[in-house]
Design a protein around this ligand. Structure first.
Ligand code: ADP
Ligand code: MG
Length: 832
């Protein structure tokens, strides 16, 4: 039975808008041959007819069938791209946007000036660009500037099955843009591409499209994959189990690549090391250590200067050499979320376990060519998986989720699936986040298995039982239903979509999440407050349609979350801008510091990690500054680290020696450049000029910065519990927060961990073994009523406190932020 939907079904009776031209493409014979093997080639005519006849088309096809690389080429050849209208393709992952643009340019034998990419920090787009790969966030920002997307003739939303937040919003917006363009006589084609078949949210959704778009199913030439379940109930030590499985496959089964799915970067590296040790392969063993170098001299100078000038906590840096990028981008680092260095150590599983007999060298005639693959891996190293392994070896790729749908690795015959994925979980209301390793969905499990049958029949080894598999959810929930949406709501309000609740979301986010976002934005002053009359429910309804304020418009121009945007908007005072920009960049990039608490594979490594950790702690104390600067706490450490790193030339060596994540530092540098441009463009309108140079902040400036940060993180204030409030042991050294009823603690990695100030403001709460505050600085209590009036209640305590809210984990209970900072805090009397 063919799943094809007749394409004529939705055809309009308007004349076909098929361009009359055919643009020849000069492909090499090898590329031509490889293309012909792709299942999608057989469907070219069907696809192009559907696109010619319909404004919106959905294409479904297995991963690897050729959607991403071929559909843009079909369109190009059919004349859909020209100098005044490009083909835009959005990807939820940066990795995919970059690597796919390179691949398509190569296949078409065209330069990167014509087939380009744009991601948040970089791109190679030119005036000649005709095929543009970008992250979904980038296109969303472009819509803000030009709602009709007049630059594009075709927009392709790729990997729609991933249901990333921005993808969902783009589909909602485009469902309105397409008819508008039609009316203007400048038709825009929308193509939604998806790997799995869950397209009902797009097709059976009368809020979205007035005419159901045709769905084209690309039959993948998939070879049968035999799925083997584990008999036993799942093991906690899935890494060890992966190791044993790979060993067995390699020793006993015929040639063919192996692909292992694990959950994070540290796990991937640990397994790679273990496998390389078990099946040595000379050349390959050195991979991974090839990117050092830099001058010791610079660091020495830096140390000397520190000694001489004791007062100077921040070396002067030169911001002039930034490559400043245009501010029309805005994707966030979703790719990083599966990474261990972000996740912290609490959920890392013990990898260096005691399987000593298997760790020994195993005699094998065939060397194993082991490669890691995860999103933060440098692009050159990522590209290795696409090349054939050295002759006489077997390829074994140890990957995170990136190998599930975004990238297709050739030659894989065996898949080892641990059945887990690392995900960031947010609490709907409080935004408290935690990383958890959870079971994947059935759809993901099947995707993973499918990777084994691309070139010949394959095998998939699932390290869990079939009973467990049956308990997996069918699909994982769309991201928009899972995370805080305040950034999104602000962007939508800036597009003058006021009644966000009426927006045609493919799957609407929970109303509580929308309400929480709206409330936060009102408290930040980004939205105009509604007249507070009527009953609670009506108030809530009114709140969900607040228009944007002038401050909100400024905030929406900054490519950072609203809380941080507020900080930037405030920090023109007292010349705090360069510092605020740096702090915001550092907070946005997250995890500046290496994680040294990870499990090590050998004693030698344990000692090394310990030494590195001690060095980092020592540096952090230096970066924390002196005097009242220290009250800026972790944010001062961030500022000091960035300053020191820039002073040392932002080299990999400096970062490695001092426990900084090199990649994070480079991103901070880029983001600082980008935010400086953004601020400049806003401030030029206001007739102001921003000096990009940053001297060390004065103590007074450090104090202003604390206030600026407080103004942005108003609902993130915490107060240490007093002796008389110590109900039980679990409250020892704990803090009370505005959002939660449970005790929270300063994270042990914070420089304020031992100081326990009375009032603090935190960047975020991470739920691991306890609720921990990260990114902490000190707050003077009298600032609270002065700077955060929306959060303060100056009257008597309410008689009927508002209902408590209980989080999904059941661990977090809270009150709505707008009714906090009230009784229990006994704030100093202020005149209001
Ligand atoms: P889909 O989007 O349907 O998942 P793709 O268009 O991404 O499929 O992939 C089609 C084919 O192109 C796959 O066989 C894949 O291995 C190959 N391919 C993609 N990128 C590269 C690359 N950089 N080098 C070599 N082959 C690649
Ligand atoms: Mg694809």
């Amino acid at each position: 039975a063919s799943p094809h939907v007749p394409v004529c079904q939705a055809a309009s009776n308007k004349p076909s808008c098929k361009p009359a031209v055919f643009i020849p493409v000069d492909r090499s014979p090898e590329i031509q041959e490889a293309r012909l093997k792709l299942p999608i080639l057989a469907e070219e005519q069907v696809i192009m007819e559907a696109i010619n006849e319909n404004p919106i088309v959905i294409i479904c096809g297995e991963t690897g069938s050729g959607k991403t690389t071929q559909v843009p080429q079909f369109l190009y050849e059919a004349g859909y791209a020209s100098s005044n209208g490009a083909i835009g393709i959005t990807e939820p992952r940066r990795v995919a946007a970059v690597s796919m643009s390179q691949r398509v340019a190569k296949e078409m034998n065209l330069s990167h000036r014509v087939v380009s990419y744009q991601i948040r920090y970089e791109g190679n787009v030119t005036d000649e660009t005709q095929i543009k790969f970008m992250t979904d966030g980038v296109l969303l920002k472009e819509i803000q500037k030009d709602f009709l997307l007049s630059k594009y003739k075709v927009v392709i939303i790729d990997e729609a099955h991933e249901r990333s937040m921005y993808t969902d919003i783009l589909i909602g917006l485009l469902s309105r843009i397409v008819p508008l363009r039609e009316k203007k006589g400048l038709p825009l084609k929308l193509i939604i591409m998806s790997a799995t078949l869950r397209v009902e949210d797009f097709t059976d959704n009368n809020r979205l499209f007035s005419v159901t778009p045709p769905v084209i199913q690309v039959d993948a030439r998939q070879f049968p994959v035999t799925v083997h379940f584990n008999k036993k109930t799942p093991l906690d030590d899935y890494s060890g189990e992966c190791f044993r499985k790979v060993c067995k496959i390699h020793r006993m089964l015929p040639s063919g690549g192996i692909l292992v799915f694990l959950t994070g970067q540290a796990e991937v590296h640990a397994l790679c090391r273990r496998l390389r040790k078990a099946f040595p392969f000379q050349k390959n063993n050195t991979a991974g250590n090839d990117d050092k170098e830099e001058s010791v001299e610079e660091i020495r100078t830096f140390k000397k200067s520190r000694k001489r000038k004791k007062v100077m906590t921040l070396p002067k840096i030169d911001l002039d050499n930034y490559s400043v990028v245009p501010v029309d981008e805005g994707d966030e680092d979703r790719d990083a979320e599966t990474d261990d260095d972000i996740a912290g150590s609490d959920i890392d599983l013990d990898l260096g376990d005691g399987d000593s007999e298997e760790d020994e060298k195993i005699d094998s005639s065939l060397p194993l060519y082991v490669l890691p693959l995860y999103s933060l891996l440098a692009p050159e190293k990522q590209a290795k998986v696409f090349r054939a392994p050295p002759p006489g070896t077997r390829l074994c790729v140890v990957a995170t989720n990136v190998a599930e749908t975004s990238l297709t690795i050739p030659g894989i015959k065996y898949v080892v699936d641990c059945g887990k994925v690392k995900k960031r979980f947010y609490d709907k209301i409080t935004g408290v986040s935690s990383f958890r390793v959870t079971w994947i969905s059935q759809a993901s499990a099947n995707q993973r298995a499918g990777r084994a049958g691309r070139t010949e029949p394959g095998h998939c080894y699932r390290l869990y039982s079939s009973a467990v598999f049956m308990d997996f959810e069918k699909f994982s929930a769309p991201e928009i239903t899972k995370r805080p949406v305040e950034d999104l709501i602000l962007q939508m309000k800036a597009l003058n979509i006021e009644k966000v609740i009426n927006f045609p979301f493919p799957t609407p986010p929970p109303t509580e999440a929308l309400a929480a976002a709206e409330e936060l934005l009102i408290a930040l002053g980004a939205l105009k407050e509604p007249p507070m009359t009527g009953r609670l429910k009506q108030q809530l309804a009114a709140k969900l349609s607040c228009p944007i304020s002038p401050l909100g418009r400024i905030m929406a121009t900054f490519p950072v979350a609203p809380r941080y945007a507020k900080m930037l908007a405030l920090s023109r005072q007292h010349d705090c801008l360069p510092y605020a920009i740096t702090i915001v960049s550092a907070m946005t990039v997250r995890e500046l510091f290496e994680e040294f608490d990870r499990p090590a594979v050998s004693e030698e490594e344990t000692a090394k990690l310990k030494g590195k950790k001690a060095r980092l702690l020592q540096m952090q104390r230096i970066w924390a500054g002196q005097g009242s600067m220290q009250k800026l706490g972790d944010l001062m450490v961030m500022l000091g680290a960035v300053g020191a790193c820039e002073y040392a030339g932002c080299t990999r060596k400096f970062c490695e020696e001092n426990g900084l994540r090199y990649k994070a530092m480079l991103e901070i540098r880029r983001l600082r450049g980008q935010l400086t441009t953004a601020v400049n463009s806003v401030c030029t309108d206001a007739g102001l000029y921003v000096d990009p140079k940053m001297k060390p902040p004065t103590e007074a400036q450090a104090t202003y910065l604390r206030q600026i940060v407080l103004a942005g993180l108003g609902d993130h204030v915490a107060r240490r519990v007093q002796a008389e409030e110590l109900l039980d042991d679990k409250w020892k050294n704990a803090y009370k927060t505005a959002l939660l009823d449970d005790p929270v603690f300063i994270h042990p990695s914070s420089v304020l961990f031992k100081q326990l100030p009375e009032f603090v403001v935190y960047q975020e709460i991470l739920e691991t073994t306890k609720l921990y505050m990260k990114g902490v600085s000190v707050v003077e209590p009298e600032w609270i009523p002065a700077l955060l009036p929306p959060y303060c209640h100056f009257g008597k305590p309410l008689e009927n406190p508002p209902p408590s809210y209980c989080s999904e984990t059941g661990r977090i209970r809270c009150h709505r932020p707008s009714v906090f900072y009230r009784v229990s805090w006994q704030l100093p009397a202020v005149e209001v």
